[in-house]
Design a protein around this ligand. Sequence first.
Ligand SMILES: *Cc1c(COP(=O)(O)O)cnc(C)c1O
Length: 235
Amino acid sequence: MQPTIIDNYQSLQQQLQDACAQAEHGQTVRLLAVSKTKPISDIQALYQAGQREFGENYVQELVTKATALRHLDLCWHFIGALQSNKTKLVAAHAHWLLSLDNLKIMRRLNQQRPKQMPPLQVCLQINIDAEPQKAGIAATELLSFADEVARQPQLQLRGIMALPNPALDVRRSFERMHQMFQQLQIHYPQCDTLSIGMSRDLQAAIACGSTLVRIGTALFGERSQPPPKPPLEGA
Ligand SMILES: *Cc1c(COP(=O)(O)O)cnc(C)c1O
């Protein structure tokens, strides 16, 4: 029989526990269930099994799912590319943004975060392998960017996130992320989130200190159709 999502969830929990037991950094690791393109029924099934944190990378999909499931105590992370005309929706519906890399977007989110909500929890996306076409700030910009985020009252800086180039030595990229994370924590001790690791490389990421792995395929199975590309900004 095909393993169900719940089977996958249980085996992932075991893998996370084993990887943590072996990790020399002694951190605890949270699982972010990346539910992009997957139906609401899958999210409900995982909720029943105890999962609370879910990640989406298209704004409209996040809004639809968060609205449909607003009666559940879910925690929504936006993890995708964010255009300035969509910041208001993220400010109103997300608990976390893992992919901040732009100061204009940052200021809009701070202004648009509803005052009755807690601050939006933010991780900076780092372009750790300096890939020209990839999102994220340069490693050298980390502290100046963190300084800007830390000044925004409706945002709370929690850490850093990256998607390394899988064609390179991912382990080395993860190690550089861990060094940056430690540097960040010297200046901002409230930072507790290093989000590295996806389905194919979660063990290596945890060995390098990850505190939040983002898992789609290993939990929900392959994504059959990619969602439509969002239009380019200004188009
Ligand atoms: C889709 C996605 C993931 C999950 O990837 P899998 O390989 O399916 O586990 C993680 N992070 C981001 C930013 C994503 O867009």
